[in-house]
Design a protein around this ligand. Sequence first.
Ligand code: AMP
Length: 397
Amino acid sequence: MKILVINAGSSSLKYQLIDMETEKVLAKGGCERIGIDGSFLKAKGNGQEKVYEQPMPNHKVAIELVINALRDDVIGVIKSMDEIGAVGHRIVASGEYFKKTTLVTPEVQKTLEEKTFELAPLHNPAAATGLRACMEVMPKTPMALVFDTSFHATMPEKAYLYGIDYNDYKAYGVRKYGAHGTSHKFVSAEAAKYLGKKPEQLKIVTCHLGNGSSISAVDGGVCVDTSMGFTPLAGVMMGTRSGDIDASAVEFLARKKNLSHADAVTYLNKKCGVAGISGVSSDFRDLDDGAKKGNARCKLALDMFNYQTKKFVGAYAAAMGGLDCIVFTAGIGENSPNVREGVCEGLEFLGVKLDVKENAVRKDGIHEISAKDSKVKVLIIPTNEELVIARETAALL
Ligand code: AMP
């Protein structure tokens, strides 16, 4: 069976077509500037790339163009739309309405649109627009919703609740939901496979460190805690997001800067994090360059990020009562030896011993970077969220 994975943003739409027998990506690409002048689709298939510069006034036109690209004479990989067994849609937030991957019915679509938009106002409406567009273009094809939050649904109440009035949690669903669940799920399962152990035998801390960063405690194959919260603003400081901050400081800052509540949250999402601390960039490559040239604030931003990430690793080892493995993944986790070294430094008391030379080597696939005598294995595992979405969608059928 072939599964089409869709990740729709407000003006973009990324896709992959995956053959589930081989789990190979047959085709992939993305539409950009949907609804804006200058829209284009960059599509890959059969080892070739083609750029379609065509007006895309809405997501429906974008999906039609994607289907055309999939059937293209040169880069096409299917003859007919009927070869697509199902479509898996990435959905950022589920609230407590969906705990697992769900087949789309009119009822499901209604819940998605009426209940979850306010939980992820930038992401969920865009994903719902992508879903509607797919349903119009492919009315007979089953559609599945795959949630970033599902993997975190196993967290116990003591981990996901905030210390607020319990009645308010019940009334408004204000609690920790987490994010990047498909990534944490994928890399923790891959780690167990690599280590030749059953997931039930392992206590793993997964560090998804990218533009957005989250850390999860995976005990016996299930998530027991994670650093992101009600929204992806919480946890460690990120590219432009502040991470955890005292709520009173937010009110204080809003007053001083004359910001509304909503504007203060936008400020915390867009103007803070390592970009705010360094005053240079949200990109860790720029911070590395800056730090090497002696920019003290770039160094400070990196030190803060490593320190905060390390604290989550320690906290989660305590929460699980042990630690067998640390996994680094995503843009920073996979590519920054400095961050991996900075995070692991000082964790020797937990049995973490990094092989500093190995950590500096770049390798494809799973890469073990702990010393041979390290009690805790440290692994770099490239994430593959699309494959998880495709697997979940196929399993549902
Ligand atoms: P992601 O959100 O997973 O795509 O990660 C994107 C982030 O990864 C970028 O913003 C960079 O900060 C970071 N990144 C990518 N390549 C490198 C690298 N070679 N060294 C350090 N950071 C990197």
